[in-house]
Ligand binder design. Structure first.
Ligand code: ADP
Ligand code: MG
Length: 308
């Protein structure tokens, strides 16, 4: 559905997107993850045809975004990362307005608005003024608006940002519904776990570069040779730390009241070796627990050393 080739964007001196390549097959929910300033919004605006790149190509459904901008707009729904001010506009008027922009007849737009407001759980706010809605509601309205022309491909820029936990859950539920409707979705976030449940694939962007891309599983596997272990000892904590420091392949060690957190390389075998060493040296190990690498850990590992 989406094919991005060597996309580069420079703003005067800043290299915001750096030779980025990305492919999203139909039906995928692709999570685009990166810290603030990593280049997510810039990339998404270019893909949506709203910003010209410095170089590179973007195809959506085989259509060249820069050569056939009008044609491509029929197929994409874009939800920006900000919400404008809409004085004196009621929710249904707002939807009608956008329907009009897409040449949808008044008659048709009413039914469409009703079903979209239902999808985003705003039916009871139909007659409310847009400016009176909560942030979560505005974001859901913005999503409904991006769906007005029934696009196959959605570009959602941090749809859950700034929402409280409850509103986040609501947004995720709605996005799952869109997934089940067969939409292909590119969704960004600076919070990994928000996407891991929803997405089929993840791409990690750092300083304009896509530093990892693949299924959630793939990305975790890439990191599986790096382990994090929590070791609890009943005494001899300092001695245990000293012993750990001598073992090759051990990264960072931190200890707080009998619990030692260790990062190490080498997968399961390394774990076995470390536990064996501690026991042989008479360290009273109460528990030895490998911590499953969360996407956060993966992200920290992958971006390590690339921040300079
Ligand atoms: N209009 C602009 N003019 C100059 N620099 C910009 C502009 N928009 C973004 N940038 C810079 O480009 C980089 C990427 O920004 P952005 O795409 O907004 O990242 P993200 O969405 O991941 O937070 C940042 O360094 C940002 O300061
Ligand atoms: Mg952004």
């Amino acid at each position: 559905m989406l094919h991005v080739e060597n996309l580069t964007k420079r703003y005067n001196g800043t290299l915001a997107v750096d030779r980025l390549n990305m492919d999203i097959p139909e039906g995928e929910i692709y999570g685009f993850v990166g810290a603030n300033g990593a280049g997510k919004t810039t990339t998404m605006r270019i893909i949506a045809g709203l910003l010209a790149p410095s170089s590179g190509k973007v195809f959506i459904g085989g259509i060249d975004v820069f050569k056939e901008p009008l044609e491509v707009k029929k197929h994409i729904g874009y939800m920006p990362d900000f919400f404008g001010v809409y004085d004196d506009l009621k929710v249904y008027e707002y939807m009608d307005f956008y329907a009009g922009l897409y040449g949808i007849s008044k008659q048709k737009s009413r039914g469409l608005t009703d079903s979209l407001l239902e999808l985003v759980r705003l039916t009871n706010k139909k007659d409310a003024y847009v400016d009176t809605l909560s942030r979560g509601m505005k974001q859901r309205l913005c999503l409904a608006r991006s769906l007005i022309h029934d696009p196959e491909f959605l570009i959602l820029d941090e749809p859950a940002s700034g929402l409280d936990p409850r509103a986040r859950v609501e947004m995720t539920e709605i996005l799952k519904e869109l997934r089940s409707l067969g939409k292909t979705i590119l969704i960004s976030s600076h919070i990994l776990h928000e996407l891991s449940e929803l997405c089929t694939s993840i791409g990690i962007i750092d300083a304009g570069k896509l530093i990892a891309s693949g299924s959630v599983q793939d990305i975790l596997e890439k990191m599986s040779h790096a382990n994090q272990v929590k070791i609890r000892v009943s005494s001899k904590e300092e001695e245990a730390v000293k012993i750990l420091m001598e073992i090759p392949g051990i990264g960072s060690i931190s200890s707080v009241v009998g619990v030692i957190d260790v990062n190490m390389e080498g997968g399961d075998e390394a774990c076995v070796r470390v536990l064996k060493t501690l026991v042989e040296r008479d360290i009273p190990v109460v528990s030895f627990q490998p911590v499953e690498s969360s996407l956060e850990t993966v992200f920290m590992q992958l971006t390590k050393g690339e921040e300079q």
